[in-house]
Structures are given as C-alpha cells and as structure tokens.
Design a protein around this ligand. Sequence first.
Ligand SMILES: Cc1ncc(COP(=O)(O)O)c(C=O)c1O
Length: 398
Amino acid sequence: MQHLLKDKVTRLGVTFLDRYLDIHLKDIDIDYMDDQRRMRIGSQEMVNFGSDSFLGLDRDRRLHQAITDCLSEWGTHNGASRAFSNCALGGQAEQRLARWLGVEDTLIFTSVTLANTGLIPALVSKRDLLVVDRHSHNSIQEAAKIAASNGVTVRELYPCLPETLESLLQSEHYDACLVAVDGVYSMSGQIPPLAELDRVARAHRGLLYVDDAHGIGVIGDRGRGAAHRALGTLQNVLMVGSLSKAFSCLGGFVTCKRGELKRILKIKSNTFIFGGPVPPPYLAAIIAACDILESADYDRLIAQLRMLIERLVDGIRNLGMQVLGGESPIVSVTIGDIEKTFRAGKWLFDHGYYVQSATYPAVPINGGLLRIQVNANHTAEQIDGLIQAIGKMKQCLV
Ligand SMILES: Cc1ncc(COP(=O)(O)O)c(C=O)c1O
C-alpha cells in the first residue's frame, strides 16, 4: 500500500478524491431502481439521469424473457474461450447484428474495452501508422500503447479535424494507416466529422475505425449509429458498437467481412483468444434486442427518446446555459472548474436528480460538465423537473 502511494499519479488520485469526499459522488451504491428510472441511495429518493441504457431495454420484459428462457437451456456460462469452442448463439447473434447493420458479419467481444484493446494492435504492424484522436476513449489510448510497444508508429490527432488529419498523413511514411476515433464522445455527447475524416483517411491508404459505443441503437436510421449516419454504409470502415449501453446486454462487437478478415481478427486479437465469452443468456438478449431494433416498436421508443432529448436541450438552453451534445442521449451542461462541477452535481443529487459530474482528466482541466443521460423510459415530467432544478441550482451556485 505505502509502496503504491509512492507513485505520483496514484497519490494525486487519492488526494483528489479525499479533497472532494463529500461532493464527488463517485463509487455510489444504489439500493433500489424501478422501471421509470427512480432510484434510492440510502434514504434519498431520486431520478436517475446517469444510465446509458438509453432505450430502457434493461427493464424490457422481452429481454428478461430471452434471458430466462436461455438460462434453463444453456445455464449461466459456457465456460470456454471462443478460441476453443462457441455456443451456437454466438454466431447467431453476430449474424443478427450484421443483418441489422447491413454488413457481411460481426465479431463479438466481452466488452468494447476488450474489443478495442484486442483489435487495434491486431490491425496494425511495424510499417503501419496508427492515428488516434486525443479525445477518443481510454481503451483506444491503451490499445495505442500496446501497438506502440509492438513497434507501430502512433500519432495523436488533435484537433479531430479533416485538415489536421490530412497534414498529418502527408507528413508520414507508412504502408497502411488506421485512424481511430469515437463516434460520439462519451463525456460531451458531441460527434466528430466522420464523413470528412473517412474521405481523408481513404485518400491516404487509411481505414477509419470508429468506436460508436454511444451512437449504436440511438443515432441514425434504425439506430445504426453515427458512422452509418455519416457514411450511409458501414462497408468501408470498421465500426465497434456496444452491446451494453443502448442494447442493455453485455459486450461489444466489430463489423467485418465474412471469411478471411473475420478469421484474422479472431487469430490476432489477444483479448478474443485469451478472454472468456459473452454468456449465452446475454447472447439471447442481444438477439431479442436486434428484434426490437428491427420492429415497429423501435419507432415508438426512439420517437419518445428524441422528444425527451429535445425537451431537455431546449429547456436548459432557455435557462441561458451552454449545452453540448444533444444529438445523442448524452446532453452535457458546461459548468467549469472541478469544485464547481462537483458542487453542481451534489446540489442536484440533494434535490432529487442524479447526473454525473464529469471532471478532469475525463474532460479538460476547467471544462467540467454535468453529464445527463436521457432514457426512453424517463417521463416528460421528470425532464421538466430536472430543468427546473438546474435553473435553481444555477441561481444558487454557478
Ligand atoms: C466510446 C467508448 N468506448 C468504450 C467504452 C467502454 O465500453 P465497455 O464498458 O463495453 O468496455 C465506453 C464506455 O463508456 C465508451 O464511451
């Protein structure tokens, strides 16, 4: 323990949490949740605006049924790396995802983090270039470290603009190039210029790799994500989607071509080979979620979600506050320094609304945000209540 505290970054992290102990709201335990996103923490009742189950499918009886039916057939786990054996549901779920997205095939991992850290180092070799958006998810940054230690040239993309990418690619020598970006930034909810980045990457022997963890299920035509919306197809990019967030199941997947490419991804992704599978009941739930995404009921869910997002964004803007995002269910309100951001989150918590205070290093040092996640099973009254509370919080604090 004392040895660990000799490390400067560890010490900083611990000191930071101690300093804001009463207001940071990290690592909280929830005692109760219901279908309308009400929850209880200790004696405090509140509305949960911190869930990324955007479509409310975590409470959907169709997914529950799929899980319980599968449980009695397959048990809780099939107990082997997929490099050894698969339960048939794995391939079926991959095909259902592929059909929905209009691609040849997909490959499922146990999480998006494991997809990124397995796939990215697998896709580049010594004579290649890996370009990583500075604001992309931590798992892409970690994947880049693995690739760099394998001898791959890694460059940071900042700002994430086509002209920056263009001049970077012009100045480097490489065989092939992978450009890794997020589809929706997880803290701000903003979307990078994917169509333009794709155009530049392809003009320079590059391939765009989009981690669309937060866009899948909620952005674009039938929720096919930010990359699909920007490009009209996923044929010429690698897109990673989450099976946890809008899907409310477990895992992550990458789009790919059937046959040789899929085989190579399986052989070369260490997290696929050396890690366990998504358990069968969750594979059944993924198939049930695909059924919903392709059904008329999806139109109802997404219309409700979009109506609530718009109501929230308009309401907060009418308070004279700056809103980021809003194209996806992540709606972030700019607050500023770290302490102010924690105090704002704690004020709302004490007044019956849980939102997440996003502070450095997840966002720039004085760019603290209140990160609100809208879900299809919120009610309009809950949204209005949150807007009112933010208005009062602004008068009291900001
Ligand atoms: C862009 C992005 N990628 C990856 C992840 C991690 O996903 P997982 O929990 O499946 O590892 C997140 C989590 O929020 C994310 O925002």
